[in-house]
Design a protein around this ligand. Structure first.
Ligand code: URA
Length: 236
C-alpha cells in the first residue's frame, strides 16, 4: 500500500497532509525513515511510526478502554467529556465508536471499534452477548433479591420480565450480575425493580473477555486476535 494512503487510512489527515508528514521525514517504516510518500509498503506485520510514536498496521481499529467515571459514551456528549477524548487523535479520526454505551458514572470494560461488523455482532440483541457487572448496592444484599433477578423483573416499558443470566452475592453490598441484553440503564433498573439500589457500577467482562487487571482507568489497548476470539468474533 502506498505510504501516504496508509497514513490516511490510519487517521493522520488528508492525503496532502500525509504526504507532507512523509516529505518532512516524520514517518518511519519498520524503524527506517521513509521520505517517499508513494513508496509501496508491505502491510503484514508492519509497524510504522509518526514523530517517534509507533503504530501497528491495523485494517480495523478495535480497542478496549478502561472507562473511568465522568465520561459519556454518546456521540455528542453534553455534560461531561466523551470517552473518545481518552484516545489519540488518529484513532478518533478513523471514526471509532463505542460498542454500546455505559452510563457516565459506570466504570470498566468498554469496547471501541471502527469495524462495523464487530460492532453489529456485539450490539445485536439476537446474539445475547453476556455482559458482567459488579454493582455496589445501597442496602445489604440477600439471596431473595438474587433469586428475584434470576427469575426476572418487570421494567417500565418492557413487555415481559427480564432475567439476569447469572447473579451472585460477592460481598455485603457487592452484586455480580450478568445480563445478555443492552437496555437503557438495565442493571440499575433491574436492581431497583428487585428492591435495592445501585450506588456504583463497574463492567468486568464482555463475553469471555475480562477487563485486564493491569489496565488502569483511562487506559486503552488494542484488541488482540485472542481477545476477538474471546468475544466470539471471527471476522469474515
Ligand atoms: N446497566 C446500567 O444500568 N448502566 C450501565 O452503564 C450499564 C448497564
Amino acid at each position: 500500500m502506498q505510504l501516504e494512503r496508509l497514513l490516511q487510512k490510519h487517521g493522520f489527515g488528508t492525503r496532502k497532509a500525509c504526504r507532507a508528514l512523509v516529505r518532512h521525514e516524520r514517518v518511519a517504516v519498520n524503524g527506517t525513515i521513509c521520505a517517499d510518500p508513494f513508496a509501496d509498503i508491505a502491510t503484514p506485520g508492519l509497524v510504522f511510526s509518526v514523530d517517534g510514536v509507533a503504530w501497528p498496521y491495523a485494517e480495523f481499529a478495535s480497542l478496549m478502554l478502561h472507562k473511568p467515571a465522568g465520561y459519556e459514551c454518546s456521540r455528542k456528549p453534553q455534560h461531561h467529556p466523551g470517552v473518545l477524548e481518552l484516545l489519540p487523535l488518529p484513532l478518533r479520526e478513523r471514526g471509532v465508536q463505542p460498542v454500546g454505551r455505559l452510563d457516565e458514572d459506570t466504570t470498566g470494560l468498554l469496547l471501541i471499534t471502527d469495524d462495523g461488523q464487530l460492532n453489529h455482532v456485539l450490539s445485536s440483541g439476537r446474539r445475547k452477548v453476556p455482559k458482567t457487572y459488579l454493582a455496589t448496592t445501597r442496602h445489604p444484599l440477600d439471596q431473595a433479591l438474587v433469586d428475584r433477578l434470576l427469575v426476572g423483573v418487570l421494567l417500565n416499558d418492557e413487555p415481559a420480565p427480564i432475567a439476569a443470566a447469572a447473579a451472585e452475592i460477592a460481598g455485603e453490598r457487592l452484586l455480580r450480575l450478568t445480563v445478555t441484553e443492552g437496555k437503557y440503564h438495565q442493571v440499575k433498573r433491574m436492581v431497583a425493580a428487585a428492591g435495592n439500589r445501585v450506588d456504583a457500577l463497574h463492567r468486568e467482562a464482555v463475553g469471555a473477555l475480562a477487563l485486564p487487571a493491569d489496565l488502569q482507568p483511562g487506559e486503552w489497548r488494542w484488541l488482540s486476535a485472542v481477545d476477538l476470539q474471546k468475544l466470539g468474533y471471527l471476522p469474515s
